[in-house]
Ligand binder design. Sequence first.
Ligand SMILES: [Zn+2]
Length: 239
Amino acid sequence: MANINYMVSCATMEKNFELTAQLSKDFDSILPCFGIHPWFVEKRSKHWKERLENFLLAYPSGIGETGLDFTDKTCNRDAQIKVFEHHIVLARELNRPINIHIRKAWDTFIHILKKMGKFKVPGLIHSYSGSADMIPTFEKYGLYLSFSGSVTNPKAKKVVAALKTVSENRYVLETDTPDIYPYLPESSTFELNEPRNLPAIAQIASNRIGMGFEEFSKHAYDNSLAVFHSILKRKKDRQ
Ligand SMILES: [Zn+2]
């Protein structure tokens, strides 16, 4: 048993808002998030702000994925920044947790944090790929750090250093499915990068930072609830 109680499912563009909402209606275990992923900012419609807000108000939900990804040097950075900042404003106004995607844009991200201030409702940086030394800054701004299967890569040094640095009450685990299939022993792999891989990811991650599996997993679970409990609460209030 993998003991998975809830799964956070993030929409990444307007086209999949409805499908993500439907998933959360069909399965009580799905906690939906709505956002425009930095890869898809150019695909947003004229009405994206209104659509995003409508879905957020209609469902117990969080915000994301949103963020900055400057991996592609030809991307429209200004558009990404504008869209991301609007998501942060919404997170504040609607008191929602936010899932942030950052790749190769750390300086710009820190600049935005300084400008916009601390998150009231905690958010997270998903599949963290930044350096260990930035972590105290992110924690100060009310953010959690989420680690994916990349911590299982035997060559991953930077991400393991980050996991060693993050406070006990500030890390969570994720699959980042369908991306980042973990490096797992043959016996514990499944065809898809699915949530039941998480205990195996936790096993390897806890070994690599020298913490017991039970303790490591309990922190990750409790911290996930700290980030997403407001969605659960909204769900319950509706029933
Ligand atoms: Zn992402």
